[in-house]
Design a protein around this ligand. Structure first.
Ligand code: SF4
Length: 337
């Protein structure tokens, strides 16, 4: 774990975030990639701009346009393709919103949109068009959320999502965890975050203390799509989380040209296990506008998944799922087609 309190020479996670790449030319220059015409890349970035931490950029192979990490973050002309089955809200968040910042879709669980901020912009993100400004839970909305939960006693698990909940300041994040921890009906707090991967310095002693102080069971779902994302520094912060008994799970999106082959997925599962994290879900692509070029196709998906199943022990095989708007649970896909 990076001990940011030890020395002022090491940038804080907030300083690292501020120095993230937001300019396509600067990122490509850093990666020693030359392109004379970036007009369409820039057009694709309008509304959902480039954002990449330096830590993540350092894991991208130089001079390689096809690096699987670069393909996750670089705005591409392909994003300008439109198709009627690709939507702004492919998973039905709007219809399941019960309060600003609260989505209640599944039995027993409710999801708080904690912020619209992320440390990286993943081009396949199903919330890339989400109207965060009207639908994020600020401090003042926590009372309304707790009131709603009290009317729905079956909810025993709260999911912190966004955006990325770990981009909240320490004080806001602590306030959120403390507030939920005081709620007796809540048994589990699940956090979905890419920050342990894309900004591992975020896992500070202060954050660990906040999580450790909660009386609730804490589950952290990291979102890794490729073994190259899981550096030793990432492994160290995941170990620190494991030591305070945070349950670590991973969900992956199957992405064409990035991880849509059995060997890549097998290497990811094996590396996750080394990093104390169990593979949880392998999601098919959510059909969000601008992400059509990431779709690997269902026939290919089944073929890849069967190969993964034949080569890994069951506990390292994530469930193959899709999320369908209006459904009361994720669809577990049959694998015998
Ligand atoms: S970190 Fe999560 S919420 Fe943010 S852009 Fe990536 S997938 Fe979307």
């Amino acid at each position: 774990m990076m001990d940011v309190e030890k020395t002022s020479l090491i940038p804080t996670w907030q300083q690292e975030l501020q120095s993230a790449f937001i300019d396509i030319d600067q990122l490509l220059t850093y990666l020693q990639l030359k392109n004379s015409d970036l007009t369409l890349h820039r057009t694709a970035s309008k509304g959902f701009p480039l954002l990449v931490t330096r830590s993540y950029a350092d894991r991208i192979k130089k001079s390689d346009w096809n690096d699987p990490l670069l393909l996750q973050v670089l705005p591409q002309p392909d994003e300008l393709q439109q198709h009627p089955s690709y939507l702004n809200d492919p998973v039905g968040d709007a219809q399941a919103s019960v309060l600003p910042g609260l989505i209640h879709k599944y039995h027993g669980r409710a999801l708080i949109i904690t912020t619209g901020a992320c440390a990286i912009h993943c081009r396949y993100c199903f919330r890339r068009e989400f109207p965060y400004s009207d639908n994020s839970a600020n401090r003042s909305q926590l009372n309304s959320i707790n009131h709603y939960l009290s009317q729905h006693k079956e909810v025993t698990e709260v999911i912190l999502s966004g955006g990325d909940p770990l981009t909240l300041s320490d004080s806001r994040f602590r306030h959120l965890i403390e507030s939920l921890s005081k709620n007796h009906q809540i048994e589990r707090i699940r956090i979905h975050s890419r920050l342990p991967i894309v900004l591992p310095s975020r896992i500070t002693k202060g954050l660990l203390n906040t999580l450790n102080a909660s009386s609730k069971k804490i589950i952290l779902v990291i979102h890794a799509n490729h073994a190259n994302e899981l550096t030793n520094e990432v492994a160290d912060v995941l170990f620190a989380l494991k030591q305070i008994e945070v349950t670590l799970l991973n969900q992956t999106v199957l992405l064409k040209g990035i991880n849509d082959n059995a060997n890549t997925l097998i290497q990811l599962s094996l590396r996750l296990f080394e990093c104390h994290t169990l593979p949880y879900y392998l999601h098919t692509l959510d059909k969000v506008s601008g992400a059509m070029h990431f779709d690997s196709g269902i026939t290919n998906t089944y073929k890849i998944y069967q190969q993964v199943q034949t080569q890994l022990p069951g506990y390292l095989v994530p469930k193959l799922v899709s999320e369908d708007a209006g459904q009361p649970f994720k669809t577990i896909l049959p694998t015998n087609d």
